[in-house]
Write a protein that binds this ligand. Structure first.
Ligand code: NAP
Length: 284
């Protein structure tokens, strides 16, 4: 499996990144979070996912501090614009503020966080302008279901969308029915958020499954590493685990080298089935 996904414009996007939701919001955790992000970068998790929404800019500021000594070209920085800022009136200012907080002069990827009231044609036209101005390299969307993607493709330059960031993990496989095939057939990548099911309770439910335990112990990995390996076993999918402890970061970085066999995947599907019909897109 490649460590990068080749996007439609020829650029390369890492397959494993670091999520940052809630990071930067608690000053007592700041030092650990910065250490974890830097450690993740050292271990090759050079894609960092954030949003203007996360702590209303605090996550971007934390990342800015964590990456201040890293060569910019070695990073792949993703941020997201609020839907209410995704029109001509606010998007340019929003993007510049994100860049200031991150201490960089461009984003590798800028996403519309979820669909709002601004017409898609207006958001896309603005994204294309941001690209021309050099403030972003590429743009994409998040929380778009298949019908939203179809509509996006119908607006001018909508096909320049490179990624859709959606919820995907072993316990939530709805996108496999139609969205994931749609993304692949249109040459677009999928970014999986909540690859570890976000909350402790949902994660525990998966981690304590007998088959998950059996396969994990066969490879000498943790159930959470298995969850990441499952997401990464899908072609064209990048995973964004969030971890604020160096030990979690180390485990997550190692997951890129875990290869699940078709037999492993069949066994998992017995307990965590792939959908047989259209499912509503899960969102957080
Ligand atoms: N586009 C969107 O609408 C959207 C929505 C949600 C999330 N996201 C993005 O996706 C990222 C990931 O999603 P998420 O943060 O909601 O959930 P997640 O990555 O599925 O789960 C995060 C939780 O897993 C724990 N964890 C991480 N690595 C672990 C390991 N190896 N073993 C055991 N536990 C581990 C973390 O604990 P510690 O922190 O203690 O290490 C944290 O509590 C976000 O941070 C954000 O960047 C995007």
């Amino acid at each position: 499996m490649e460590d990068f996904i080749k996007l439609n414009d020829g650029s390369m996007m890492p397959r494993l990144g670091q999520g940052t939701w809630y990071m930067g919001e608690d000053t007592r955790k700041r030092a650990d979070e910065i250490t974890s992000l830097r450690f993740g970068i050292e271990l090759g998790m050079t894609l960092i996912d954030t949003a203007e929404m996360y702590g209303e800019g605090l996550s971007e500021e934390l990342i800015g501090e964590a990456i201040s000594d890293v060569r910019r070209e070695n990073l792949f920085i993703v941020s997201k614009v609020y839907p209410h800022n995704a029109g001509r009136r606010n998007i340019f200012n929003s993007c510049k503020k994100s860049l200031d907080r991150l201490g960089t002069d461009y984003l590798d990827m800028y996403l519309l966080h979820w669909r709002g009231r601004v017409p898609l044609s207006e958001t896309v036209a603005c994204m294309e302008e941001l690209k021309k101005e050099g403030l972003i390299r590429n743009w994409g969307v998040s929380n778009f279901d298949t019908d939203d993607m179809e509509e996006l493709l119908s607006v001018p330059f909508g096909a320049n969308c490179r990624v859709n960031q959606v919820l995907y993990n072993l316990g939530s496989r709805g996108i496999e029915y139609d969205l994931l095939p749609f993304m692949r057939s249109n040459g677009m990548a999928t970014m999986a958020y909540c690859p570890m099911a976000h909350d402790r309770h949902s994660r525990k439910k998966i981690a304590e499954n007998a088959v998950v335990k059996e396969i994990s112990s066969k490879y000498g990995i943790t159930p959470e590493q298995l969850m990441l390996a499952f997401v990464l076993s899908n072609e064209g999918v990048c995973a964004l685990p969030k971890a604020s402890s160096p030990e979690h970061v180390r485990q997550n970085a190692a997951a890129i080298d875990i290869r699940l066999t078709p037999e492993d995947l069949d066994m998992l599907a017995v307990h965590f089935p792939s959908p047989k019909r259209k499912m509503t897109l899960d969102m957080l």
